[in-house]
Design a protein around this ligand. Structure first.
Ligand code: ADP
Ligand code: MG
Length: 253
């Protein structure tokens, strides 16, 4: 789709947990070719929103559309097949597997539901194609030379980049990242940032949930700010930085 076309539209999304509205009537759109940041204090509803977008947990009401197609209530596997790929905040790389094997897992997840079953049943021809694709994505993120090494031996910053490679298998139109910079050193954050910008310039649309304000402000094209389940503000980093409600609720100043 042309740059600026809405890829994902969220309309009046609500997610309730009992009496709590973890997401409370939130609307925004993610446009083709942009990096959109989703920020807000702890408990704001960011992860819940992320789960609505990826089909991990359905909205109580409201609607999520992907390129005009209603995906509200679709399963994570279905949404993945439509070209939405994600990294997980707590599911990290498998340290005992090589970089190549880790990256190939992004393809098993896409092709089939049961990971172990699909690893066992993958045909030779499919496996060769997947291996080729995984290597291509490792090269794309700059980890091609280490493809045969064990993931556990990589520094944390490169493990995060490996997670991006895994999510990139089969060229998703949309990449959703859940706190990819958590725990990284400054230099590692800069490297991750540079990679994400390059992917954006190659046509990958990116949504990033991130705590590190400096990283977010220097990386994203636009921001959605959430607080207590609601959308507090939306705009460019400059617009959001100057918003009094955001300063009060999020920055505490
Ligand atoms: P954030 O990611 O912005 O820190 P979350 O989306 O994780 O916020 O949580 C938003 C609110 O919803 C919090 O009050 C949290 O305790 C609550 N919440 C999140 N997930 C669940 C759940 N599965 N069951 C009950 N409450 C939840
Ligand atoms: Mg969270």
């Amino acid at each position: 789709p042309a740059t600026g076309t809405p890829l994902i539209q969220v309309a009046q999304a609500v997610k309730r947990f009992g009496g709590l509205r973890a997401v409370d009537e939130v609307s925004f759109e993610l446009r083709a070719g942009e990096i959109l940041g989703l920020i807000g204090p702890n408990g704001a509803g960011k992860s819940t929103m992320f789960n609505l977008l990826t089909g991990v947990s359905p909205a109580t009401s409201g609607r999520v559309t992907l390129l005009g197609q209603d995906i509200t209530g679709r399963s994570a596997a279905q949404i993945h097949r439509l070209g939405v790929s994600r990294t997980f905040q707590h599911v990290k790389v498998l340290p005992e597997l090589t970089l190549l094997e880790n990256t190939m897992m992004g393809g098993y997840a896409r092709a089939h539901a049961g990971l172990l079953r699909s690893m066992l049943h993958l045909e030779r021809r499919e496996e060769a194609a997947l291996q080729h694709e995984a290597l291509r994505q490792l090269e794309r993120v700059g980890l091609g030379e280490q493809a045969g090494q064990l993931a556990g031996n990589l520094p944390l910053g490169q493990q995060r980049i490996l997670e991006v490679a895994r999510a990139l298998v089969a060229d998703p139109a949309l990449l959703l990242l859940d706190e990819p910079a958590a725990g990284l050193r400054y230099g590692e954050k800069t490297a991750l940032s540079a990679l994400l910008r390059r992917l954006r310039d190659e046509g990958v649309t990116i949504l990033i949930v991130e705590h590190d304000m400096d990283l977010v402000m220097s990386l994203v094209d636009r921001l959605v700010v959430m607080s207590s389940g609601q959308k507090l503000a939306e705009g460019t980093p400059d617009e959001v930085r100057g918003n009094p409600a955001v300063r009060e609720a999020y920055l505490g100043v």
